[in-house]
Design a protein around this ligand. Structure first.
Ligand SMILES: [Zn+2]
Length: 309
């Protein structure tokens, strides 16, 4: 037992000796839907250019029904694999496993069908990113998926740092649809401020739970907001002194082999762990910005609304 503890302590020390790190992951791609400003091809190229500029290796979690089932969408996913990024599974049609209308068998078929498409791509990994980060509304679904993934040789590609980039993306599209020449500086600032707040708060949460800096995995989406400002987002992490690692490196952090026992698992792994342990109930556990980990970017959206945006 003592020897085991020593090994665990040593491996944790090896992790904590490194600078705070983060791996970039993008869900729901490739997205062929039209947006203002950029075509789907331009959005895809802009995200890949930002990653290449900073020499970042990321992961794209494919929702095949958003584009990869068509040749033009498949080509966009292929460009990620060709550039050395990992390709993971985010189902065919993005169903919600916590919905009573979605059965375990249906969800597993969604994963198998997406797998049949992505396994032909360079960078293919047997990584599942649960849609909505929800692992099922019943223990049967949760455990059913856990044993299904193990049988398929798949892993749960957890998120530690959830963001509401999708909410700011929706605001961006709304503003540009109303006025293509709108001043986007306030939305860009809100996006960057939001990512910084989540980064600091999830870092604080990892200290509460693990007493150390874990290798964080950030969730972003294949969308316009990241096409326009991912370069700035990566630069901001670097200015904060964070190092960028690949998802493969980050997922080697021992924290990602944990499976919280909460009845309906999901969300950011760190939030899920907090809830499993019942830590939300303790006043002393709370820290600066913790309450904003559970909003959907409301703070930034409300601040934009106050500016008339
Ligand atoms: Zn998604």
């Amino acid at each position: 037992m003592l020897r085991l503890l020593a090994v665990v302590t040593l491996s944790l020390c090896a992790w904590s000796a490194q600078a705070q790190s983060v791996a970039f992951t993008f869900d729901d791609g490739p997205q062929l839907e039209a947006t203002p400003r950029l075509s789907p091809q331009q959005r895809n190229a802009a995200m890949l250019a930002a990653l290449a500029k900073h020499q970042v290796k990321a992961a794209l979690f494919v929702t095949a029904g958003n584009g990869a089932t068509k040749p033009e969408g498949y080509a966009l996913a292929r460009a990620w694999g060709d550039a050395g990024h990992a390709i993971g599974n985010h189902t065919m049609t993005h169903p919600d496993l916590n919905s009573e209308k979605v059965t375990l068998a249906q969800y597993q078929q969604e994963v198998r069908d997406c797998d049949a498409i992505i396994k032909t791509l360079p960078g293919y990994q047997k990584w599942l990113r649960f849609t909505f980060l929800r692992e099922g509304n019943t223990p049967e679904k949760r455990d059913g998926m856990r044993s299904f993934l193990a049988q398929q040789g798949y892993r749960n590609a957890h998120v530690s740092m959830d963001t509401s980039d999708w909410r700011l993306d929706a605001k961006l599209v709304e503003v540009l649809t109303r006025n293509p020449k709108a001043d986007l500086a306030p939305i860009k600032k809100a996006y960057l401020d939001h990512l910084r707040q989540r980064a600091l708060a999830y870092r604080a949460l990892s200290h509460k739970l693990q007493g150390r800096d874990i290798a964080q995995v950030i969730l972003l989406h294949h969308n316009l907001v990241n096409a326009l400002w991912l370069d700035d987002a990566i630069a901001q992490f670097k200015e904060m002194g964070w190092t960028i690692v690949s998802p493969e490196q980050a997922l080697r952090d021992p924290i990602y082999s944990l499976s919280p026992e909460r009845a309906a698992a999901g969300q950011s792994l760190l939030l899920s762990m907090s809830k499993s342990l019942g830590l939300w109930k303790f006043e002393g556990y709370k820290f600066d910005g913790w309450e904003r980990l559970m909003d959907d970017g409301d703070f930034e959206i409300d601040a934009l609304k106050a500016q008339g945006i």
